[in-house]
Design a binder for this molecule. Sequence first.
Ligand SMILES: [Zn+2]
Ligand SMILES: [Zn+2]
Length: 120
Amino acid sequence: MEDRFIFTKYRTTCYNCGKEADQIIKAVPFQAQVLCDNCGATRIFIPRIEDVTKPGSFTKIGCYDLWELVSDAHCRNCNVTGPHDINIGCSHFTVRCRNCGFTHFYKFDLEYIAQCPIEQ
Ligand SMILES: [Zn+2]
Ligand SMILES: [Zn+2]
């Protein structure tokens, strides 16, 4: 399961069904997704850049609240497992290693209402 990278949840009001529900957040090196546990609304993000950056790089003002989360993950740049800052907006998804600053920047790609788990 080395490729799983990020698996976490964020409880908030879903933009699609309008209910307060867990938004399931998964990221692997080739894709990131946010899935509403209630209605199945899914947003897919695809990788654009990987680089060592300062905090806040790539973070743009989105069309709704920016989610700021922290999750433990294994960094393949510094090879340390530790906290990663996750920022999710409507058009971007970034994961940044706190230890070395290595950042995965994903760009919003598509959105659909269904279940499409990342293969494990
Ligand atoms: Zn929903
Ligand atoms: Zn790192």
